[in-house]
Design a binder for this molecule. Structure first.
Ligand code: ATP
Length: 276
């Protein structure tokens, strides 16, 4: 790597549970969510430069903003230095797996590395509700408006992520959710590893799943296709959709399920992954 250049990985964020517990007077929703991060994601490369620029490459580059609307750009401005950014985009955008937020967090980590100083942590949730948890980039409980992040020790989970290729704008999903004050998550098991975590997750929810299905019924088809895969232990939507996930006991079973889904639905974005 040339001097003055650095890279950072921006993993997909998966909300294993996402409870909407209220809404503040200023409109922000209160959340309680268990978040983990996949071994699939985008890659950010930063180079020290006289002025800010952004190039988006990769299989999911189409439609991603290449200007100050991009969360990478906003994160670099927040850090307070000009950089030439290359974003290699592998995650579908507007998909409930925090692509933009994870890119922003990876940009902050890369800038800290490049300039050898820590990044500002105040008000990161104003960049995007998922940005604070994405700076942690491993299992965490996220609450408040996304600004309270409690890192957790969790056993890795084996998953398949599927996006059926429809956009579900987050504000519209929240608008469709009629009951804003829902119960928070219950306490999860400290012992028992992945099997206990999956049993516990079955008793939790994603409160945005029903409103997202009302807006995009193909999400129900996606969940049904995941539920029909061999060895699936739990099926749910992530974030505000449309990406859904299923959990499996091991990576081999997850990969077989992904292969099965790819042949049935070649137009869907499907990947096996391990969540940490
Ligand atoms: P979340 O899981 O946090 O709800 P999301 O579904 O809102 O994530 P993003 O991938 O962050 O999805 O994209 C939302 C919108 O943000 C996109 O439609 C796009 O116009 C814009 N955007 C800004 N920066 C990025 C980025 N780095 N990658 C993708 N989209 C971005």
């Amino acid at each position: 790597m040339p001097p003055g250049t650095t890279t950072a990985f921006a993993p997909a964020k998966v909300n294993l549970a996402l409870h909407v517990t209220g809404q503040r007077a200023d409109g922000y929703h209160l959340l309680d969510s268990l978040v983990m991060f996949a071994d699939v994601g985008d890659t950010i490369t930063l180079r020290d430069a006289p002025e800010m620029s952004l190039t988006v490459t990769g299989p999911r580059a189409t439609g991603v903003p290449t200007d100050a609307r991009n969360l990478c750009w906003k994160a670099a401005e927040r850090f307070g230095a000009a950089v030439a950014i290359t974003l290699d985009k592998h995650l579908p955008a507007a998909a409930g797996i925090g692509g933009g937020s994870s890119d922003a967090a990876a940009t902050l980590r890369a800038m800290a590395d490049l300039y050898n100083r820590s990044f500002p942590t105040e008000n990161l949730a104003t960049l995007g509700a998922d940005v604070p948890v994405c700076t942690v980039a491993h299992a965490a409980r996220m609450s408040g408006i996304g600004d309270h992040v409690l890192p957790l020790t969790m056993a890795p989970l084996h998953a398949v992520l599927v996006n059926p290729g429809v956009d579900v704008p987050t504000p519209q999903v929240f608008k469709t959710l009629t009951t804003k004050a829902n119960p928070p998550m219950t306490d999860w098991p400290d012992h028992g590893g992945a099997p206990a975590a999956i049993d516990w997750l079955q008793t939790q929810r994603n409160d945005l799943q029903a409103p997202a299905i009302a807006l995009q019924p193909v999400i129900a088809d996606t969940l049904a296709a995941l539920a029909a895969t061999t060895g699936n232990r739990l099926t749910r939507m992530s974030g505000s959709g449309a990406t859904c996930f299923a959990l499996y006991d091991d990576r081999t079973t997850a990969e077989a399920a992904a292969t099965q889904l790819q042949s049935l639905h070649p137009d869907w974005w499907t990947t096996a992954c391990t969540l940490r």
